[in-house]
Design a protein around this ligand. Sequence first.
Ligand code: MG
Length: 447
Amino acid sequence: MTGRITSLTTYDVRFPTSRGRHGSDAMNPEPDYSAAYVVIGTDSGVDGHGLAFTIGRGNDVQVAAIQALEPYVAGYSLEETVADMGGLSRRMVHDSQLRWLGPEKGVMHMAIAAVINAAWDLKAKLEGKPLWQVLAGMSAEELVDLVDFRYLSDALSRDEALTILRTAQHSRAQREQQLLTSGYPAYATSPGWLGYGDARLARLARQAVADGFGLIKLKVGANLEDDRRRLRVAREAVGPAIRVAVDANQRWDVGDAIEWIRALAPYDLWWVEEPTSPDDVLGHASIRRAVTPIKIATGEHVHNRVMFKQLLQAQAIDVLQLDAARGWCSTWPCSTWLPCRDPRRTAPSSTLTTCMSTSWIPWSSAAGATWPPGPPVSAPKCGQPRYAGIPIPRVRRGPGRGDLMSAGESDGPTALTVGGGPTIGLATARPPAGCRARATLNSKARL
Ligand SMILES: [Mg+2]
């Protein structure tokens, strides 16, 4: 392989999901699910695709931020870039002038993550494997080389990270096989959008159970009486054996969160997601202490590894949620995931659940579906998706223990999550059929 990266092309893709209130929650009542889509072009005939997820207005800003990264990618050796994914990350993240816009947070960080994910897609295609298997095949040293230990070394050294990974290596093949045969635990978000009426909530909740999900998630936080009623409807629909989590999407102050969660406790909440500002590490810790044993989840809007380090050190969360389409990429989860496995540093680690949420991985194409246009694809109904003939782990229905991922939409456009720790990785695949044409059409569209 002696090719070069020749281009970085962006597309503004938007869907009018607000019309059906798909994706609505207490803080985002009318989202238009959108993607700042990026394609890394090469002279080798293979290209890499990535995206940053936004909810409509601002997608043009996100696209511009990604486009600004072209000089950091175009013209570089293809071979050297995909051989040193940690280096690619450092080249962009630690560029002084870009760093000024963060550091390591916000629009620019989301843009960098989108480009890095596109580079991972490129690497996987060049190796002729789905990405999860590229990551699963990397040695402990290669995985640790991805980690930026700056600001982490007080919690985890490179040697400690190597020990954690080497210790887990003996069971890697077994876990890989388990993924292929049993799939990957997931939960359903589709019943619980705040803009859905009670009848639809009940129907989708029953459907999720019929599809085999053991956990559903409802949006809460706008009105306490509405939340009580909706939880009652959901509980009646799914019965006592199904776990019900709720997501406040940052709606509450710390005191309000504690009061509200206690008021909803009779409905047997499994976790409460984003109860307050994602930046409020100590606030999350206070809420967690006050409402235990109800679990506290966050991460979708957590900027970087430093904040996750503090959330773990402060024992502030039970469920750690990375979003690979909102500021995280395949290179960075190791820096968050590894400290979780070190019980000396992070007391909740024995019970900590990691949960990957991406919202927009073009899984439907991996499953052989068309996207867009085409009918929505519900993950559990998909056959075994493959890339280059190699299976991609299926979403597993049924109550999951350990790592989870969210399987997004069922009534709106397909939005689905695939992910995991270093042994699994994101499963990306070829771009959805027709995506380029649709994206071009939408590049000038404004909703
Ligand atoms: Mg959420």
